[in-house]
Design a protein. Sequence first.
Length: 311
Amino acid sequence: MVNRMRRKLLCGLATWCACQLSAAALIAQPVPARDLWDFPLGAVGEPAALATEAGVGLWNPAMLALPRGTPWRAGVATLSTGADQGVEGQLLGAAWRRPSGLTVGVSVARAAVGGLVRTDTDPQSLGSLTYESLLGSVTVAREVFPWLTTGVSARWRQGRAERDVRSALAADVGVVARAEQWYDSRVALATFLWRPGRESEDRPLVSFAADARLFGQHETQELRAGVAAQGATRGQVGRTTRELGPVISGRLGPVEARVALPTVRSGTERLTRVRFSLGLHLSRFVVGIGREDANVGLGPLYQFTFSSFGT
């Protein structure tokens, strides 16, 4: 009797362990459609680590922090390659500044490839293919020193490639340091889609940016120049993708313009892209349009942003 119960217990324990290992193996599999987040949704023309136009801190949680006197901000962004089989993306988010100085924000983003069709041996279409990803974020940011702002994000991402659907959690951090006495210099560093312990399976992005004011005395009349960089490892393949290039921005009254020339290196491949954006500041609203060229095989990329803030 005792031996029988012991065997049942051992069999049950073995079954439980097998289930746990199987679940762990499934969780360890990469989430589909990760490559859709290589596109700069909400950050065309702006360095990702310093992007503010959409106002939701997608690429750097620290950029969500609202200054004193601004109780809330909300923004949207849309992105499209403008090709028959191109990438499209949407971003929606809002942030609130608490009396304590803490800014809390939420955002939802979607990226997808449209126009994909399923075929067999016959070239006739058998229906459309689904290839998309959803990303939800909850972010908090705060100015910890007069010269330093930090932020953290908790993210949930789902990827779908036809019938293959998986999801994962990620945690990101970001910092922005500013030295107004040194030409209003800014330095920013952030992670994007970082899954601690799963870096080899789901490549996180690390972005960096720094700029300084060359001319002007105020943010409404200035010319700035800097550099932006970011890099990611292509999962288990071990292939790294790096992006580095200069960024120039200027504002005169309500009109703001930015130009970026990032050079992208992936393995032995090298490509220089041209990003340009225009922003219009009208009272409590900011409207922006942007364009990126040299997306291989996808044609030009276009972006529209709109944000509003309270006073």
